[in-house]
Design a protein around this ligand. Structure first.
Ligand code: FES
Length: 60
């Protein structure tokens, strides 16, 4: 079953699906790389922990 999409970065309106896609397609390893690729986490920084969680989930 497909997981419901979650808004991760409210500053830039970046959803989890966008971040997951970028991580998978580009092989991203860090919060900084995700920021460069998607702009998520580049404004207030509050969502960076959530981005790290997604990275951990995908790059186990
Ligand atoms: S919520 Fe992601 S940078 Fe502010």
């Amino acid at each position: 079953m497909e997981e419901k999409d979650i808004l991760i970065c409210t500053c830039n309106e970046i959803y989890k699906s966008t971040i997951v896609k970028a991580i998978r397609e580009k092989g991203l390893k860090t919060v900084e790389e995700v920021g460069e690729e998607t702009t998520a986490g580049t404004v207030c920084g509050q969502c960076q922990d959530d981005i790290q969680d997604i990275l951990n989930e995908l790059n186990l």
